[in-house]
Design a binder for this molecule. Sequence first.
Ligand code: ZN
Length: 159
Amino acid sequence: MSDATLDALYQEVILDHNRRPRNFHPMPAASCSADGKNPSCGDQLTIWVRVDGDQVAELSFQGVGCAISKASASLLTEAVKGKTRTEAIALYETMHRVLTGTETDAAVLKGLGPLRALSGVSKFPMRVKCASLAWHAFKAALDGAGTVSTESVAPTPAS
Ligand code: ZN
């Protein structure tokens, strides 16, 4: 497949998840949750996680934000479901490298499936925070951290 075809395909995945976000609801039976904020874009979301033994059994999210932040959260809820805690954290770490453009192993990228649609953001520094927000929130939920911000040192600007 040509690069242009791939880009179009990725674009379609992101638009589809933005239009019809998967697992977009609160989860009363969640084991843990975390709120994530990306002040530089205005993205805000909450991620709920239900852990069953060592397995991440179920995830959901709700929030407002740009297409990239919503698509990333939606893709996350599908990709992480059913993984063990260790696998889920490994995927979080891989996605961090993918989104920041430091993962170059073709086999790793290929193994990401639909998540690969997010890899294009690495070329747009402002968008990296949008795409990584859900992943940081997911990790914060697992760690019991409660809230996370992509600008943890900067105050939220008044809007
Ligand atoms: Zn955004």
